[in-house]
Design a protein around this ligand. Structure first.
Ligand SMILES: Nc1ncnc2c1ncn2[C@@H]1O[C@H](COP(=O)(O)OP(=O)(O)O)[C@@H](O)[C@H]1O
Ligand SMILES: [Mg+2]
Length: 503
């Protein structure tokens, strides 16, 4: 007999600009069901879960909860409907105590005579923490006293406050050690016994097979298949996840993975807790070196470390320039010595949205444009900015237009222009084509090839396997904070050969 439905999604769609993150997604989850969600980076798992948990609004489609139309207005609203999510990113509030983190958004319910009743708040927090199996964490503790794992456990406690009917766990176990994992598995079991439901996102295929009744595979925003226990196998899941169609032939056409030989940048035994340990990287002149892996495999943080934005615990990062060896320990030394970095989160880090295109473009080049007396020549600034706008075909009125008014793709071109103006030798590009449309993507790939031709060294960090295979001379695949495998450019290299080193 089929069990009662808890959650039903009908034709749910969501786009971010040109990216179609979810396309007509239908999902039905029943009482007592542990539903696994799997798919490559960017396949839409977090987007779907965020919509169900009230963190994102869908563009179209319907959600039903217990047979009723369900349109959560916020995460707290979703929690009040019995849907709670533990998100992929860290989501505790700094400087607050543990209890305030657990009851974030719902502290008012503990008001007595117009004041917050802190004794009740702390008692209740302690009770919830003990209930999920961590009596050693207390409501009064400052969140900053806790390590990464215990903070994640506080988020789990927050999710359990409202006694959810549906618990959504988004790639949480990956970040946790044995203690946190055991705690999550115990909660999953309890939810199942209480006839509730769990949506469980993980890249650990064994873990999914062991814990789930059903596993849904997503690819490019589409539901590809849902497997029940009889049909589950690791090979099957892998083969359903991959097999994306190459759209257009905008990657480089050659399979010549050679480079100039000369070493431009070298990282030896670098370590950044908790992301990676003892990693070596060598970048050569005229080389496109791809970094690949899951979004939390440490490759983004490694890119930051190579640019001096993070400090290594062991080993060193050395830049080789004009016969000199320069130790890279801060972004200032990196910029001064001809390194460029494009961050994944360009709205936050790379561009000043409120400033004009011109000011953004000339910013990193400032040192070179500064005359003997320390003044920047406005004429030189304008020339540089106008040249870059033309070379990059940035769609804008003129250099004085504000960056925030541009489309995602054109913003990305401004980011690139900034660094091209500096005549850098080493480019670290973190997800350079994230969230931009196909046309601009093609421009980016051309530009990266042009940099290679000029003998620059390029590190391209990407969550898209096809892009890595399509563009890299060499690829480093990271998994669990270690280098899992290195691949050379080759016409025969397929997603299938790489995926097993990623998950
Ligand atoms: N806030 C956002 N802005 C722009 N694009 C986004 C945003 N969130 C997700 N995306 C894009 O939507 C797609 C699906 O992302 P996501 O749901 O996070 O995938 P998954 O969790 O399966 O890795 C990806 O192409 C991603 O780049
Ligand atoms: Mg995700």
């Amino acid at each position: 007999m089929e069990r009662e439905l808890i959650l039903a999604a009908h034709k749910v769609c969501k786009a971010f600009g040109p990216t179609r993150a979810l396309i007509d997604v239908d999902v039905e989850v029943r009482k007592g069901e542990i539903r696994g969600l799997i798919g490559e980076n960017g396949s839409g798992k977090s987007t779907f879960c965020s919509i169900v948990a009230g963190a994102l609004e869908k563009d179209s489609g319907e959600l039903e909860l217990h047979g009723q139309k369900y349109e959560p207005k916020s995460m707290v609203d979703a929690q009040n409907h019995g849907v709670a999510m533990i998100v992929q990113e860290a989501a505790t509030f700094p400087r607050l105590d543990v209890a305030s983190n657990i009851f974030a958004g719902r502290l008012e319910q503990y008001t007595k005579g117009g004041f917050l009743d802190w004794k009740s708040i702390y008692d209740e927090a302690d009770r919830i923490l003990a209930d999920i199996g961590v009596p050693e964490i207390k409501g009064r503790m400052n969140i900053e006293q806790l390590n990464f794992e215990d903070r994640k456990i506080v988020e789990i406690a927050r999710a359990m406050v409202c006694k959810p009917e549906i618990l959504i766990i988004d790639e949480t176990t990956t970040a946790l050690a044995a203690k946190g994992r055991k705690l999550i598995y115990a909660l999953i079991e309890r939810m199942q016994q209480e006839n509730k439901a769990v949506l469980f996102i993980s890249h650990d295929l064994d873990e999914l097979m062991e814990r789930c009744n059903t596993i849904t595979v997503l690819r490019d925003g589409l539901i590809i298949d849902t497997l029940d226990r009889e049909n589950m196998s690791i090979e099957k899941m892998r083969s359903l996840m991959i097999g994306r169609e190459l759209q257009g032939d905008y990657y480089r056409p050659d399979f010549d993975g050679s480079h100039g030989g000369e070493v431009l940048l070298k990282a030896e035994h670098v370590t950044l807790r908790p992301y990676f340990k003892n990693v070596d990287v060598t970048l050569h002149r005229g080389e496109i070196l791809g970094f690949g892996g899951l979004s939390n495999c440490g490759m983004h943080e490694l890119g930051r470390l190579l640019f001096g934005l993070e400090k290594t615990l062991t080993g060193s990062v050395t830049l080789y320039k004009d016969g000199k060896e320069i130790s890279i320990s801060s972004p200032d030394t990196a910029v001064d010595n001809g390194m460029a970095y494009v961050s994944k989160d360009r709205d936050k880090e790379s561009i000043v949205l409120q400033a004009s295109i011109k000011n953004n473009i000339v910013m990193p080049a400032m040192r070179q444009l500064t005359g003997a007396l320390g003044f920047v020549s406005p004429k030189k600034e304008k020339t540089l900015s106008d040249t870059q706008i033309k070379v990059m075909s940035i769609k804008c009125r003129n250099g004085n237009q504000l960056v925030k008014e541009l489309s995602g793709g054109n913003k990305q071109k401004v980011v690139f222009s900034k660094w091209l103006g500096t005549d850098s030798d080493v480019f670290i590009l973190d997800c350079p084509t994230r969230g931009i449309d196909v046309g601009v993507k093609a421009d980016m790939y051309k530009l990266i090839m042009e940099l290679k031709r000029q003998g620059k060294g390029i590190i391209m960090i990407s969550e898209e396997l096809l892009e890595l295979i399509g563009m890299s001379d060499r690829m480093l695949i990271f998994k669990d904070g270690k280098l899992a495998r290195e691949f050379q450019r080759s016409a025969d290299l397929k997603e299938n050969d790489i995926i097993e080193y990623i998950i």
